[in-house]
Ligand binder design. Structure first.
Ligand code: TXA
Ligand code: MG
Length: 354
């Protein structure tokens, strides 16, 4: 299959004739059962018709993803939610008022319109109303309901730029809409509204604290930060080794000078053992690091830059064939919880505390 690439200007709120044409064409591909990767404000999605079981099956195949791992259904208007859920709890309305359109996914009881392929056999459905204008226009042109996981091969870091979608999906899907680099860089927050109190299954840009201001009590799935809880994560996708680079990754926690000294000593030993070494760090410490490849995520205080650059740094380590990677650790509160959740999963929870 030849994968067509069409460009949409980054940040565009309205579209040129050519962009409209590309979006309309992409929509018709999806309505006919095909697959289109598209930008959202979080990461690139791999879209198919959410109400067509065959499309869902094609998504699993293109990603190499186990079919018991459910997909998120993307809508472009709140009123469209009625067709795919069996009831709309009051919490959903309050969260939608506060955070939609935006990087929040709600788990609700599904209606019969949603095929079991889309939900991986579950009787619940994940729903998200993205903020990205091109994503929303595409959803409209596709008939209103796009099932879209992140547009990476299963297990790899989610793509934050179209070139990373190409790396994983060229020849496997019909089209890629290239909207440039995404804004947030980590996947949406997932909150389960079928339990009481509501529970966060995956942390993201919309934090627990902000949701608690709207809903009162909000819990967090214990498995999110704890690799040894002995429990299974409640979002099926969170149980797989995920977001991971090919090289082995260790997170190093401690005072900056200690961390730099430790990483430099270890990378020297690793190199003597024939490894190609890499360090993922922040602007403040960068000068101190002596690995073969050093990637900067931004300034330590700039969580948004760290989130936006994390997956790209992991992918660049792969590209440069780094086999042994060390990363700085980050404070896990607020949005930082999402950063550390992804980093811990990428590292298989391997952390050195100095
Ligand atoms: O930001 C995002 O959410 C991106 C963009 C493309 O919208 N999408 C994304 O999808 O991250 P994906 O498939 O990579 O991750 C979806 C996660 C998986 O961990 C899956 O198990 C979980 O959502 N999920 C989906 N439906 C669920 C359900 N009914 N119950 C529990 N977890 C569910
Ligand atoms: Mg994913």
């Amino acid at each position: 299959m030849k994968t067509i690439i069409e460009k949409i200007r980054r940040g565009a709120e309205s579209f040129t004739g050519q962009e409209e044409e590309a979006l309309r064409r992409a929509g018709s591909i999806i309505r006919q059962g095909g697959l289109v990767a598209f930008p959202t404000e979080t990461v690139y999605g791999l879209g198919g018709d959410a109400l067509n079981g065959d499309s869902a099956r094609r998504i699993y195949e293109a990603k190499g993803r186990p079919s018991d791992n459910p997909l998120i259904v993307h809508i472009s208007r709140f009123e469209d939610i009625g067709a795919i859920v069996s009831c709309i709890p009051e919490e959903a309305v309050r969260l939608a008022d506060a955070f939609w359109p935006g990087p929040l996914t709600m788990i609700l009881r599904k209606s019969d319109r949603v095929p079991c392929e889309t939900t991986g056999g579950l009787d619940t459905v994940a729903v998200r109303l993205p903020a990205h204008p091109a994503a929303r226009r595409l959803i409209e042109y596709s008939g209103g309901y796009i099932a879209a996981p992140s547009a990476n091969l299963s297990g790899r870091p989610s793509p934050t730029e179209a070139k990373y979608v190409m790396e994983d999906m060229d020849g496997r899907i019909d089209m890629i809409l290239d909207g440039g680099e995404v804004g947030i860089g980590l996947e949406s927050t997932i909150v389960d509204l079928t339990v009481s109190p509501p529970q966060i299954l995956r942390p993201g840009y919309v934090t627990r604290e902000r949701m608690a201001q709207v809903l009162g009590k909000v819990d967090t799935d214990v498995t999110i930060m704890d690799g040894n809880s002995g429990q299974a994560p409640r979002a099926p996708g969170m149980k797989y080794r995920h977001y991971a680079p090919r090289g082995r990754l260790t997170i190093v926690e401690g005072r900056p000078e200690q961390v730099a000294a430790y990483m430099n000593r270890r990378t020297e030993e690793d190199r003597a053992n024939g490894e190609k070494t890499g360090i993922i760090g922040t602007r403040e410490s960068l000068r101190q690091y002596r690995a073969d490849v050093v990637k900067c995520l931004g300034e330590r205080a700039d969580e948004e830059a760290i989130a936006r650059n994390l997956y790209s740094a992991l992918r660049q380590m792969d590209q440069e064939q780094v086999t042994r990677i060390y990363s700085e650790s980050f404070p896990a509160n607020g949005f930082g919880q999402a950063i550390m959740n992804r980093l811990l999963k990428a590292a298989g929870h391997e952390v050195v505390k100095l």
